[in-house]
Design a protein around this ligand. Structure first.
Ligand SMILES: Nc1ncnc2c1ncn2[C@@H]1O[C@H](COP(=O)(O)OP(=O)(O)OP(=O)(O)O)[C@@H](O)[C@H]1O
Ligand SMILES: [Mg+2]
Length: 389
């Protein structure tokens, strides 16, 4: 079929042609966004799941839903390794405040929160450029240098400004696992304060499973203040729809046996489904798509996935990190005990600690429970076993 109009989207964060299997999540988000500007209490949301399951796509949808409503201001940021939260927050927050400033209504609260923001970034060099309004110095506002304290003041000021215009604010944070423990703690406490004060600001985050890694007070607050919808592989029904709908829109039927084979081969993982759909689209020349077609593109799909999804992640690692992952893959199990890994590698648990931490920090593995590790990339073990060396 015509490659130019191929609707499948095997790319990070790209909206798929059929966003299947997430209706329950969207219903929860709809209620959450509706309650926010009414200042009804809400729990913040953290989408957790493995690589390529569609977390970023969901966050983008939440942003669009907020924009469509018009009474919830989205503030979007993507966390990255080794960048402080304050720095990441400054620019999107400023843009949101300027948007708020352009709306009708009293401006003093917006000015106050812009001043708070200016104080907040006072120590990190962020250029403000032309903010369009004179900033009045507001000494003692979000300028203590203590992140937890300042973040609460800053976000309170923003939420108050929004509330003044009967608006809510949703803080959208992608790749939450890269936010450091202390910073995440500060965010959690800030959400706690918003709740207590009935302020219309809450967070929707997305990231790898991090909850088991949190400790102490942060953990207990985070458990109460957030819901954790698990974003996982699609069911058989949703997978079949994800593959079939885009073809149907082009007048092409996909036989049951073909769609089911894509489901089995992809494990229902959204990224893999898109790759299968993409290659099938380019390969087939007539309706219906049959099981034989799926078999014919198998090799090229595997090659694409190995190159684009799996291998790129290995390239950034040190030899000792690679051997850690290879040893994990040899167990052929989804979760591996550190003790077993230590025995297999003949390296003490203590000596393995730093490698484990480095791989968690890079987002390659996570700890589903104490003493266990697992790959964050679906089917990564299979990839490694397919590609020894
Ligand atoms: N519900 C869905 N149905 C079909 N395809 C989907 C669905 N959600 C996402 N996809 C597709 O899956 C792929 C991965 O999506 P996305 O980048 O949002 O995943 P992610 O969970 O953010 O991954 P990562 O952890 O690597 O950032 C994209 O190609 C996207 O088009
Ligand atoms: Mg993502």
């Amino acid at each position: 079929m015509d490659k130019i109009v191929n609707p499948f989207s095997p790319n990070a964060g790209s909206r798929p042609p059929e966003l299947a299997g997430r209706d329950a999540i969207f219903e929860d988000v709809r209620v959450f966004l509706g309650r926010l500007p009414l200042r009804r209490s809400v729990q913040s949301i953290l989408f957790t799941g493995l690589r390529g399951v569609g977390k970023t796509v969901l966050l983008n949808e939440v942003m669009h839903m907020a924009e469509e409503r018009g009474d919830v201001l989205p503030v979007f940021l993507e966390a990255s390794e080794n960048r402080p939260l304050g720095e990441m927050l400054a620019s999107p927050l400023r843009m949101a405040l300027l948007k708020l400033d352009r709306m009708k209504g009293a401006r003093d609260k917006v000015r106050r929160s812009l001043a708070a923001l200016r104080n907040f970034v006072g120590t990190i060099k962020v250029k403000f450029g032309d903010v369009g309004i004179e900033l009045e110095p507001a000494a003692g506002l979000a300028d203590s240098g203590d992140l937890q304290f300042d973040l609460i003041e800053l976000l309170s000021a923003v939420a108050e400004a929004a509330a003044d215009r009967r608006m809510g604010v949703v803080l959208l944070v992608d790749e939450v696992q890269y936010v450091s423990g202390d910073e995440f703690g500060a965010l959690v406490m800030a959400m706690h304060r918003m709740q207590q004060r009935g302020l219309p600001l809450a967070m929707v985050g997305a990231g790898l499973p991090i909850l088991p890694g949190l400790a102490g007070e942060t953990k207990s607050y985070a458990e109460r203040l957030f819901t954790y919808p698990v974003v996982g592989a699609l069911s058989k029904e949703a997978s079949v729809r994800a593959i079939r709908r885009p073809f149907a829109d082009a007048g092409v039927r996909v036989e049951d046996a073909a769609a089911e084979m894509v489901y089995r081969r992809s494990g229902g993982y959204p990224y893999f489904i898109q790759e299968w759909g993409y290659q099938l689209w380019n390969f087939v020349g007539r309706s219906p798509v049959m099981r034989r077609d799926v078999e014919m593109v198998d090799a090229v799909v595997t090659e694409q996935l190995d190159g684009n999804f799996f291998r790129v992640r290995m390239e950034r690692l040190t030899p000792s990190e690679k051997s850690f992952l290879r040893a994990m893959s040899e167990f052929g199990e989804p979760e591996i005990r550190m003790a077993d890994l230590s025995r297999r590698l003949k390296i003490s648990l203590q000596a393995l600690g730093p490698r484990r931490s480095a791989l968690i920090k890079r987002g390659m593995i996570y700890s589903p429970a104490h003493g266990l590790v697992a790959f964050t990339v679906p089917l990564f073990g299979e990839f490694l076993r397919r590609n020894p060396v």
